[in-house]
Design a protein around this ligand. Sequence first.
Ligand code: PMP
Length: 366
Amino acid sequence: MSKFWNRKINEIEPYVAGEQPKKGEQVIKLNTNENPYPPSPMTRVILRTFDYSNLRLYPDTNASGFAEAAAKKEGVLPSQIFAGNGSDEVLALCFQTFFEKESRTSLPVLSPEFSYSFYPVFERFYDIRSELIPLRENFRLDPSDYTGIPNCGIVIANPNAPTSRAISLEDIEVILKGNPDSVVVIDEAYGDFTDPYFTAVSLLPRYPNLVVVKTMSKSYSLAGLRVGYAVASEELIEGLKRARDSFNSYPTDRLAQVLAAGAIRDEAYHRACTDKIIATRRYTTEALRELGFSVPDSSANFIFAKVPEGIDAESLYKNLRARGILVRYFKTEGLDDRLRITIGTPEDMEEFVDEVRQEVNNAKNG
Ligand code: PMP
């Protein structure tokens, strides 16, 4: 609290990111859904040859080089790409561009009760009303729950976080068709880990109310670079640009633009890393199920595992932390019997499973 902060800043509960270990601390980091593999070797070449003297010039506001590369990958026009400083910023601009400010008559934004915890922070920060839609059994999202409710917009992470579950393109279409006057934001931060791969971008030609938000942080191993992007109709992209130019017209810097463009062009490397993570996800899911965990099939680069009977999720989280293994625990009713575990390298996950096995055995014997 401070008398110098305005009321909103005094009252807001900001987003809390997963722990970042101290410099030099040796840990297995499975708590913020980062990628265990380095970014494309192309990024290394670009870094080496980057002309530092260009940094005196402002960057291209539309990140045109990156937008062209992203458009090619997504099969859309460069004018259908909007690049931002991480997908968090792109999402924040979506909230400001497409949803209405709170008033007694304003309609809410709909999102699942358990989802990315930044959405409610944006809603409070931008004074937007929200309505949380309960998930069904085992965190299943039923698209019919998103039709027939007056709203000013819809935000859904697909795959959802932290549940790891994905809905199909058919389900997304039900939501789009049922809400032709609202913008539907599909946050595909983890979309590249669906198996087989699919993306709501394929629905864009038929639904002018769709925005698909993607990130370079997860499957492209560039969380440190801060580049995310939206894919949508030119009309919606134009709206995002208006919001951007009312806030910060240079959200991605020169270096980020060329590095992200290099990474997104290297599809072979991207696919190879993603396939490795999908295989390691399979191994980890099966190993935890054998230890008595209940693990829904994940479509993301993390799993959301319910601890076996007799084990306390928070204690397990703390014991793993004490042994240098970081996972994510949410002290929220409905989620507090689970751990969210990012998929690391096979070696990381073998070590993780060994530690968990010991914990389970200790609990059984103790
Ligand atoms: N959406 C979801 C569902 C996420 O989990 C995250 C990562 N915390 C983001 C968006 C934001 O990722 P970034 O800003 O690194 O692109």
